[in-house]
Write a protein that binds this ligand. Structure first.
Ligand code: NAD
Length: 491
């Protein structure tokens, strides 16, 4: 059974509720058990963080960053090992896992700039003899509640910035992929971060709710599905917390005719297919439905090229370097996608590539890439997050119709336009609801020094993740107005 990390120590949970962690490529191989930590264990993690806060906030910011510099070195040395753990518990390919560890390290690099990032402001002589300054003060204990699909990267969107700002932190990883977080806390222990600054508590829904309502918690950084994001946003807000809750997605891609001309065709199709099928489609920034503008020839060409590209994907164990796509996270996740496919086909979607029965002889939770054409806006599959390797193709008359379609959706995480027309791109960027946009980029994930987060039902809150927004989320601006009564006879 996995241990919690509280107040600088590994502590066994006394919970009797244990959840199995398996390798999705070999579900019969039990990797560990995640305990559903008890309320008193959650409380002790938060209270350890609360006790550590007064001392930690007084550690000068440049000194706080030294811990992050040291951790970055450790992470670089452990990169291959961390990638192996991610692949083992999540299933994605080693190449994908390596990429996500790199993203985590980039968060550390940006958080090392906190002395500059969290600097306040000063204005002399706002009135005669009066000065005014603002400093950004840390607030206390923050919590991170994370999803299964990026075991290394997503927690790093939050905690490095939170503690670099002088706060303390409690992380609850996904109960389905806790092993990467375990290894990362071992690395934290090696760099001798003061006890209580970072704490790890395992569990599922009950632990997430206990953290979100704990009186000593100041704020919640959440990533997961939309219903849970909305639930924890409301619960945390009701209990007086700051909440940023990143939710699910339905990311549409638009292909204009010029992107299908010979010079662009291969890149357009490869980018589109990788976006939708990468990490087995289990990315919040994954494309889902590609809308082809233009005439029937353009639509036919796109269908043929997408199928040809999807057929080159090698599905298998993520540890095998020959695999370019791993399994899905669980049997339930695969069943859910199979159900969506059945209903879409019954509603009139045309099957161009059927990945449903492939790999049925292997033990893992595999679903091979599947391509459905003639998707219409009223179909269930056009409206919900699929979160699997399913490429949906639809037809629109023009860019305006595509934008209209995108903006009818309740989700607004990301969207992509394929074109070489600057004017079309400009209109697209100006008019679409999603707030992370790609122009010929399939996964428009903002880097650590930009802010990250969608809109509408894909994001609940006011302040997004990392970039300059994180300073606003993890600090409180405190403004002081100074007047010094001068008596020059004293000096
Ligand atoms: P999930 O919502 O099932 O779980 C996320 C976290 O919430 C986990 O830690 C889980 O223990 C906890 N949780 C689950 N049910 C809960 C409940 N009823 N009350 C309180 N806590 C609860 O999400 P998942 O399946 O782990 O992750 C996939 C989802 O995450 C997808 O919808 C994906 O789009 C989304 N996601 C979004 C982003 C983004 O940036 N917007 C990034 C990654 C993943």
């Amino acid at each position: 059974m996995l241990k919690n990390y509280i107040d600088g120590q590994w502590r066994a949970s006394h919970s009797k509720t244990l959840l199995p962690v398996v390798n999705p490529a070999y579900p019969e191989r039990l990797l560990a058990h995640t305990p559903c930590s008890l309320p008193e264990e959650v409380d002790s993690a938060v209270m350890a963080a609360q006790r550590a806060f007064p001392l930690w906030r007084k550690v000068p910011a440049p000194e706080r960053c030294q811990y992050l510099f040291r951790l970055k070195q450790q992470m670089e040395a452990a990169r291959e090992e961390l990638a192996g753990l991610i692949t083992a518990e999540h299933g994605k390919t080693l190449a994908e896992s390596r990429g996500s560890v790199l993203r985590a390290i980039q968060m550390l690099e940006t958080a090392c700039g906190i002395p500059t990032l969290m600097m306040g402001s000063h204005f002399a002589d706002i009135a005669r003899g009066i000065d005014c300054s603002t400093v950004n003060r840390p607030l206390g204990v923050f919590v991170g509640i994370c999803p299964f699909n990026f075991p290394a990267m997503v927690p790093f969107w939050f905690w490095p910035f939170a503690i670099a700002c002088g706060n303390t932190f409690v992380l609850k990883p996904s109960e389905r992929v806790p092993l990467t977080a375990m290894r990362f806390f071992e690395l934290l222990a090696d760099i001798a971060l003061p006890p209580g600054v970072m704490n790890l508590v395992h569990g599922g829904r009950e632990v997430a709710e206990a953290l979100s309502t704990h009186p000593q918690v100041k704020g919640i950084s959440f990533v997961g599905s939309t219903p849970v994001a909305q639930h924890l946003y409301q619960l945390g807000s009701k209990h007086g917390k700051r909440v940023q809750a990143l939710g699910g997605a339905k990311n549409l891609m638009v292909v204009l005719p010029d992107a299908l001309q010979a010079a662009s065709l291969k890149r357009t199709v490869a980018t589109l297919v990788e976006s939708i099928t990468g990490c087995s489609g289990q990315r919040c920034l994954a494309g889902s439905l590609a809308l082809c503008a233009g005439n029937p020839e353009h639509y036919g060409l796109l269908q043929r090229e997408v199928v040809a590209s999807a057929q080159t994907i090698v599905v298998g164990d993520g540890q095998d370097p020959r695999s370019t796509m791993g399994p899905m996270i669980s049997a339930e996740a695969r069943e859910r996608v199979l159900g969506l496919l059945d209903r879409a086909i019954a509603a009139g979607a045309r099957v161009l590539l059927d990945g449903r029965r492939t790999l049925a002889d292997r033990p893992g939770y595999y679903l091979a890439p599947t391509v459905l054409a003639d998707i219409t806006g009223s179909m269930e599959i056009a409206q919900v997050e699929v979160f699997g390797p399913v490429i949906l193709l639809g037809k629109v008359a023009n860019l305006n119709e595509a934008i209209e379609w995108i903006n009818t959706l309740p989700f607004a995480n990301t969207t992509t336009l394929f074109t070489n027309s600057g004017a079309a791109a400009r209109q697209f960027v100006d008019e679409v609801d999603p707030s992370m946009i790609g122009i010929n980029i399939g996964v428009p994930a903002p880097l650590s020094f930009f802010s990250f987060g969608g809109s509408k039902q894909s994001f609940f809150g006011d302040i997004k993740a990392h970039g300059s927004d994180c300073i606003k989320f993890y600090t409180d601006p405190c403004t002081t107005i100074y007047r010094w009564h001068s008596d020059s006879s004293l000096w």
